[in-house]
Design a protein around this ligand. Structure first.
Ligand code: SF4
Length: 690
């Protein structure tokens, strides 16, 4: 019955077909909608759904969600990217609402720091540092005109936003004199009344971490019954971020600068500020000299005595912050409410900084790893960030999100969620119960896996659905693996051989290519070789300009070649003939030097597991699927994906990668690639599957 209802919505005579001129019924879309609707039927149900490109997954979940949502049965839709959140808020959700005579209310809920704080803005207006600043004046005009106070409305980046955004340290809630007009609380009231809330993963898990913390009544979101996680392949990273701590070496100097600014009208011991700055500097100094982008804290502090010394420094900084907080508490701010608000906020920031530093250096939870990274500010100033991150979020989520009896249900959706034909890896990483009877793997073969993927009910409360793309990959896409290439290595000789392959491919396609790398080093050495060739294409390299401008430039140039790493493997959408070739330099195994990756590998090994088969391989399978997915974005798109890694066919594990890719024709022969780009349909037919 449920299935029939969903099929009615998505069928040829249904409301979607009547309202969208370009709508094409897709069985895959109905399967996704049914899976979500079934999960919504019981509050504790969980639906795991992989839906290939072009399924129309947002409409597939929005229709059952909007049918079920009520103000007293709120449903959250959580995305990883702001881009998808904006697409839902501005296009998909209003469209689905328009299909109903009485649509449920929806609200976009963002993290507090996205909203202008009228109290702090008012205080900043009195500050010397804002006087004469034309951008601050622009903020002033915007604050009068905006309905939302959402920073995303600004068409420029305001460097002082951190001083005027809503934040828990300075917010006085109902006691604030701006409370009635407050943008943040206006949004929260709207969220309270709404039936559907659009959030991002970071906010969802921050709320969850707060609910599971020492003050369980504290929360950022209203209570909810069901959550749809779109872009669900990012859940582990988002949860790890929210349940961990990240502390930048720039944080205390920024706090001290704020205190200094306020100290002009206060009685503050400025020597203490200098002492805190010096102590913090010596605490972070060894990390800033770590000499590599990411590192374990114990590599920088290898001896127990080094760690003890740092803990001693943390204690000193903590004591100084306590003293500063006390000094701030004693300030005479009578009759100056704005000043009192600011001083209270600074005091709370001192307390929070001390608590987080203590956690960072003091906790001995074996499920957490201490590690650091180096970065540069917009002004190119170097800084170090120290992190205390869960090695596995599985036990945390098992208790905080999935604990029995579950009070909420969920649907986890993405184009890249399944590995080895199932969700075992996802379940394991996110703390969901394992499947009793996992699917068997196909034998290694170069033939595409064309088995029909069917919705498969497993346990009583967790369903698994895998639907492929409705696009005709067999006709429109060719997967090329250069058989003669040796296995990838980091030698210059291999780089030259791989670049030769790239040149042949680019020549065959006439440009219009993404070249995706697993490391900056490989990218740079390929760039050097490719730009010295006589190919007449514009070569765009990641890092030369912001990624969004690179993509824009790629779209404007007819036959450009874009070389990118990490951020270009997913989320970049270039439909049409402008992108007709994707070259992937090698199987995207995680960088072995990453501390978090190493800690996870060690943890699996210590538990007697097979880190390669259980962790590194499935992780790389998902990443490869994401890279492959850049090519075919619409039913008209056609092109070649070339993966320059013969381990796909020489290693037994290669089958695990190939079976998860879309069913494109496959070849070892560069002549087939050349033939693919020849417009004559007769020649295209000559491409054979080997
Ligand atoms: S209620 Fe809080 S966030 Fe809103 S204006 Fe006042 S202090 Fe700022």
């Amino acid at each position: 019955m449920m299935g029939t209802r969903m099929a009615g919505y998505f069928g040829t005579g249904g409301p979607l077909a009547r309202s969208l001129p370009s709508f094409a019924p897709r069985a895959q879309q109905v399967s996704v909608a049914q899976a979500v609707e079934e999960a919504l039927g019981q509050t504790e149900n969980v639906a795991l759904i992989e839906a290939g490109t072009g399924v129309g997954k947002t409409l597939a979940y929005l229709i059952p969600v909007l049918k079920r949502a009520r103000p007293d049965r709120k449903i959250i839709i959580s995305t990883h990217t702001l881009a998808l959140q904006a697409q839902l808020a501005e296009r998909d959700l209003p469209f689905v609402q328009s299909l109903s005579a009485l649509p449920p209310e929806a609200a976009v809920v963002k993290g507090r720091g996205n909203y202008l704080c009228l109290q702090d803005y008012d205080a900043a207006r009195a500050d010397l540092w804002t006087a004469g600043d034309p951008q601050f004046a622009q903020i002033g005009r915007w604050s009068q005109a905006t309905e939302t106070g959402d920073v995303n409305e600004l068409d420029f980046t305001y460097p002082g936003w951190g001083d005027i955004r809503a934040n828990p340290d300075t917010c006085k809630g109902q006691e604030c004199r701006f409370f009635d007009r407050c943008f943040y609380f206006r949004m929260r009231r709207a969220a309270q009344e709404a039936s559907v809330l659009l959030v991002n993963h970071a906010l969802f898990f921050s709320d969850l971490a707060l609910r599971k913390g020492t003050t369980p009544d504290a929360h950022l979101l209203p209570d909810y019954d069901f959550v749809v996680f779109d872009e669900a392949h990012h859940l582990e990273t988002a949860a790890a971020g929210a349940f961990g701590v990240a502390f930048s070496s720039a944080r205390l100097p920024a706090l001290l600068e704020k205190v200094r600014r306020t100290a002009r009208v206060l009685d503050i011991n400025t020597d203490r500020l200098k002492t805190i700055a010096q102590s913090a500097e010596s605490l972070f100094a060894p990390f800033q000299q770590a000499g590599r982008p990411e590192f374990f804290v114990h590599d920088v502090l290898p001896r127990e005595t080094d760690m003890e010394q740092s803990r001693g420094q943390v204690a000193v900084v903590g004591t100084l912050l306590d003293s500063l907080a006390l000094e701030l508490l004693k300030q005479d701010t009578q009759g100056q409410p704005a000043l009192k608000d600011r001083v209270d906020g600074l005091r709370r920031q001192c307390v929070r900084a001390k608590e987080e530093l203590s956690l960072l250096f003091g906790s001995d939870n074996p499920n957490f790893v201490r590690w650091g990274s180096l970065g540069r500010t917009q002004n190119r100033a170097p800084f170090a960030t120290l992190n205390w991150t869960p090695i596995s979020v599985a036990p945390i989520l098992a208790e905080a999100l999935w604990a029995q009896p579950r009070t909420i249900g969920a649907a986890l959706i993405s184009a890249t969620l399944a590995t080895d034909g199932g969700f075992g890896f996802l379940r394991e990483r996110l703390g969901l119960p394992a499947l009793a009877d996992p699917p068997t793997l196909p034998a290694p073969t170069l033939a595409p896996d064309t088995r029909a993927k069917k919705s498969q009910k497993t346990e009583s409360s967790i369903s698994e659905t895998i639907v492929g793309s409705p696009f005709d990959y067999e006709k429109n896409c060719l997967l090329y693996i250069p058989r003669a290439l040796p296995p990838p290595s980091d030698t210059p000789a291999y780089a030259a051989q791989a670049a030769e392959e790239m040149l042949s491919l680019l020549e065959a396609a006439g440009g219009g290519a993404f070249v995706l790398f697993t490391s900056h080093r490989a990218l740079n050495s390929a760039y050097e070789i490719l730009t010295q060739s006589d190919l007449p294409f514009a070569f765009l390299r990641q890092g030369e300009m912001p990624n969004s401008r690179l993509v824009q430039a790629f779209k404007q140039e007819q036959n450009a070649v874009l070389l990118g790493t990490q951020s270009f493997w997913e989320g970049v959408d270039v439909p049409g003939a402008g992108l007709r070739l994707v070259i992937i330099d090698r199987i995207p195994f995680a960088v072995p030097d990453s501390p978090l990756h190493k800690a996870r590998v060690d943890s699996i090994t210590q538990a007697g597991g097979d880190w390669f088969g259980e962790f590194a391989l499935p992780q790389a399978q998902l990443k490869l699927k994401q890279g492959f997915g850049r090519l075919i974005r619409t039913s008209e798109d056609r092109g070649v994906v070339a993966i320059l890694d013969t381990r796909l066919v020489r290693k037994t594990y290669g089958a695990r990668f190939l079976q998860g890719l879309p069913p494109a024709r496959r070849t070892f022969d560069i002549d087939d690639v050349r033939a693919f780009y020849v417009p004559d349909p007769q020649e295209k037919e000559a491409v054979t599957t080997r």
